[in-house]
Design a protein around this ligand. Sequence first.
Ligand code: EZ4
Ligand code: CO
Length: 436
Amino acid sequence: MQRRPCAAPRTDTDTDTDTDTDSGEYAVKIISATVIVTSPSRNFVTLKITTDDGVTGLGDATLNGRELAVAAYLSEHVAPLLTGRDPHRIEDTWQFLYRGGYWRRGPVTMAAIAAVDMALWDIKGKVANLPVYQLLGGASRNGLQTYGHASGRDLPELFDSIRQHRELGFTAVRIQTAIPGVRAVYGVAAQPQASGERYDYEPAGRGAYPVEEDWDTRAYLRHLPTVFEAVRNEFGPELPLLHDGHHRMTPIQAAKLGKSLEPYDLFWLEDCTPAENQDSLRLVRQHTTTPLAIGEVFNTVWDFQTLIREQLIDYVRAASTHFGGISPLKKVMDFAAQHQIKSGFHGPTDVSPVGLAAQLHVGLAIHNFGIQEYMEHSAKTNTVFAQSLTFVDGLLHPGEQPGLGVEIDEVAAATFPYQPAYLPYNRLNDGTMHDW
Ligand code: EZ4
Ligand code: CO
């Protein structure tokens, strides 16, 4: 019998069986790929791939505020193409979905491809009986240093939040505070929202329409250095401090902020300018030695090309889920290593436990790990996802279970149906829309 072409999908008329191949490459086939949308305390989109010998793999396709678009992309256009493919051909399947789709990139496409990539790594690990980090080269460290999100409406509340995080074992903290004159600011957990339930300390609120927030860059630039001065005075010079500018400044404003924060020795300043304008980082870089982190909204390795090659950043903020999965995350970090740039993968709770596990395995294996963002998932989320990660003495570890180490309880998942939820948007005082 003639061999089928490489990785051709099974068709209805195909009478081929698993046993008539001599190379072994068709020994296992994908028999199903199903999409699970669940909202235990927030919305998550999970892909479950099953092979004909009963092994399952999970991938995260959660895209905050646009969840159902990725779910449809997967169930309508990707799942049918996966049936019959060899689950072990991870790179080939990634390229098939990326190049074969013709319309490349974008968060919906790349979250969908990410879910497939993660699920196939999960399967490969289970078949090999090894945690995924072992397949990526093995551990380069004992565990991953993490940072938590400290925030407050004023200094006493912020100081309490920093103390709480240190008691939980965090050895680094991100600092976000309210700004006098601004009603609602990104990243301040205790701040009341205009409407919508705040969940998991993340900014998206449940409800059919996004909440409006306001913004004043001049007030922010004046206020923030005073907050960092107070935190350094209270907690001393050792504690690594981070801050997220959340895409709101122009290049010259970001340069000014970077300079004014230099006395407080930040671990990083994140997303100081909107990511679309890569050239703007040159200007920021020329003016400040405050380390820069960027890329949580990037989709592909190519988005980092200029920033890494010209050493315009210090940390890669990509998230496994929004960046096409484990395979491209490993590639971008290998490229970054040549330029002494480290990882700082995006780990909010809108990356599911599956997506978080995927990047923990990468972070444990690569040499140029920097720091890992960690926001614990809620107790409700943990009733749906069983995680094997551990967090001891400030170090995260993905655990030793074969594969990614996360399983989903589909019965529990079904009890939490999707609920519309949107990230807020920003307007300036005169009503102009601004980056949120
Ligand atoms: O606002 O993931 O660094 N973390 C962040 C996040 C983002 C959310 C958006 O869904 O900027 O909190
Ligand atoms: Co951010």
